[in-house]
Design a binder for this molecule. Structure first.
Ligand SMILES: Nc1ncnc2c1ncn2[C@@H]1O[C@H](COP(=O)(O)OP(=O)(O)OP(=O)(O)O)[C@@H](O)[C@H]1O
Ligand SMILES: [Mg+2]
Length: 331
């Protein structure tokens, strides 16, 4: 008995009360926040040296309580400011807030995602072993199962902008210009940590052997060089539903190739549960319909999500009279 009481006492002495740990984190955060106005002011006056000093102070204030954020601040500080103007006709600049949890994927793919992100968070440790984070990801699979969503979530998880390449701006009518536009897009992306997203990648990464146009061959060759030169702080994500059309040499460049398949029942069910969760239907509960919806072999998750949204819409506009019918309806 006595020893149990003693053990309790020892525990209390060694482990700091939770409140204290929380208090330390709070103090660290407010110390860093208090530097923010001065930081913005120095930036406004173009005083980059002064701004860098403040970044260092913020990083040391955050120190032990938020080592991830502190490390990121220090890393960013060593980068030069982006001087190149955004080539707005070729690239759209987005700051996504999407997260991996929003993208419903088969468990074997979901398991791989945190490891990819972790390499970037631990770039310094890798560098000590002369390694750099792997940063070229190919997302492939049939339409409508979350490739584009996943690319946005990668940027959201990494906390960097998503630079989405706009094909109509990229593919020029003048011969030779497409290649230089592509080079411009990569050059801009290389200025700072980001995700460079080439959606519908088959449009430019197509197989040189099957395309006889000299221009396409040149573009593919240029793409190979640009991919090879890309610094590891920039994550290249390409997405396609025509992977068989991608040039083998281009394919080989990717560090990760994630196949996003047509969803099975388990994936459909998780997606339907998320879309019909009570969180999204205030005052109503149609979560029991997730199982009914998931039983249909939808062509893709986009179609399933659309069906679930019809159900939610019916709750609002039709007092939910049609929900059972909508859930049971074949495709
Ligand atoms: N895995 C998923 N998890 C949650 N929602 C999904 C998923 N896949 C698709 N959706 C829904 O379908 C919509 C379309 O998905 P998305 O654009 O990411 O598909 P895609 O694979 O990029 O298709 P495409 O090959 O046609 O470009 C999403 O905005 C989302 O509403
Ligand atoms: Mg897409």
């Amino acid at each position: 008995m006595e020893s149990a009481a003693n053990a309790g006492e020892t525990l209390e002495l060694t482990a700091p009360p939770r409140e204290t740990a929380k208090g330390v984190r709070k103090q660290a955060a407010s110390a860093a926040l208090s530097l923010l106005p001065a930081f913005v002011d120095r930036l406004r006056w173009g005083n980059t040296h002064g701004a860098a000093e403040l970044i260092e102070q913020m990083a040391s204030a955050l120190g032990d309580s938020y080592p991830g954020v502190a490390g990121k601040l220090r890393r960013y500080q060593t980068l030069k400011p982006v001087e190149m103007k955004l080539p707005a006709d070729i690239i759209s600049f987005e700051e996504p807030t999407a997260r991996f949890t929003e993208v419903i994927l088969p468990p074997d793919i979901e398991r791989q995602l945190p490891a990819i992100i972790q390499e970037h968070g631990r770039a310094d440790e890798l560098a000590a072993f002369r390694l750099s984070p792997r940063h070229k990801i190919l997302l492939e699979g049939p339409p409508g199962n979350g490739k584009t969503m996943l690319a946005e979530a990668f940027a959201g998880e990494l906390g960097v902008p998503l630079l989405r390449v706009n094909y109509s701006g990229l593919i020029a009518s003048h011969l030779g210009e497409t290649g230089s536009n592509l080079a411009k897009a990569f050059r801009y992306a290389e200025s700072a940590p980001c995700v460079l997203f080439l959606d519908e990648f088959d449009g430019i990464g197509s197989d040189r052997a099957t395309s006889d146009l000299g221009e396409i061959k040149r573009i593919t060759n240029q793409l190979l060089i640009l991919i090879d030169r890309m610094p590891s702080r920039c994550v290249l994500i390409s997405a396609t539903n025509l992977v068989e059309q991608i040039d083998p040499a281009v394919l080989r460049r990717f560090d990760f190739r994630l196949h996003i398949p047509v969803p099975d029942y388990a994936t459909r069910l998780r997606c339907a549960e998320a879309e019909l969760s009570q969180r999204l239907t205030p005052g109503k509960d149609v979560s029991y319909l997730a199982e009914v919806v998931a039983r249909h072999a939808f062509e893709n998750l986009a179609a399933l999500v659309q069906r679930c949204r019809e159900i939610r819409r019916d709750l609002v506009l039709n007092a939910g009279q049609g929900v059972e019918r909508l859930a049971a309806e074949e495709n």
